[in-house]
Design a protein around this ligand. Sequence first.
Ligand SMILES: [Mg+2]
Length: 268
Amino acid sequence: MKTNLFRPAVGALALAVSMGHPAFAKPYSPEALRQLIVQTEELAEQGKQPIVMFDLDDTLTNTRGRNLRILKDFASQSEIQSAFPEASQKVSEIQIDQIQYLLTDTMKNVGVTDADFIKRASDFWLAHFFTNEYCAKDEPNPGAAKYLHLLVRAGAKIVYLTGRDVPRMGEGTQRNLIRNRFPMNPNHALLLMKPDPKLDDLKFKESQYSVVATMGEVIGVFENEPANINSMANAFPQAHAVFLDTIHSPKPDVPQDRVEWVPDFKIP
Ligand SMILES: [Mg+2]
């Protein structure tokens, strides 16, 4: 249905304001997904190696579920329940669509204002978000695994380029990709993670572009962070640069004009 392809302007504005983000939106271009498969087939026929690069968090997988699991585990601790009965009750009832990028916004969203409770929840979040245990259970964004297998079948190699780091999340990330049935055969897929948690996400990603470029022809890049997709759009001017309109950091960047937007990986 055509109306589903467009993010409603009024809703987008309201969402952007409520999440503290700049108000920006663009009609979705899910046809870019199919165009990449066709392009992959054409290049493969010419004996070339097409490469398509994907971010993980809030691009291929969904961190809202991880945030929800962490908050519920925090609020189910008996010590927290007895110290903050009302706030922990509210948190135990949070639904996934109430989860915002920032924990403080999620709390505001469900009417929790107790600063001590929010501080303890933030500490608990920080100790658990970047862990094998929690990331291993992430759910895929709709259509993601199927789409990647279609690309592989057409002849593409998949590069997973993530800001997650090996020491804290390497093992859980591998388990999660297998659990969600993403391509993991080393002939078809490569996982690139930060060797050190202290590295900046975007700087690490930029340091990997030349590595990825030696593997073949980069024809598609996918990201949910505006600053990252802009960097990739500049580094790979011939590639489709696709922005996942999920959730992203409150940094002020806006995807540049040539970036195509999709809400998920469902091919129209
Ligand atoms: Mg991301």
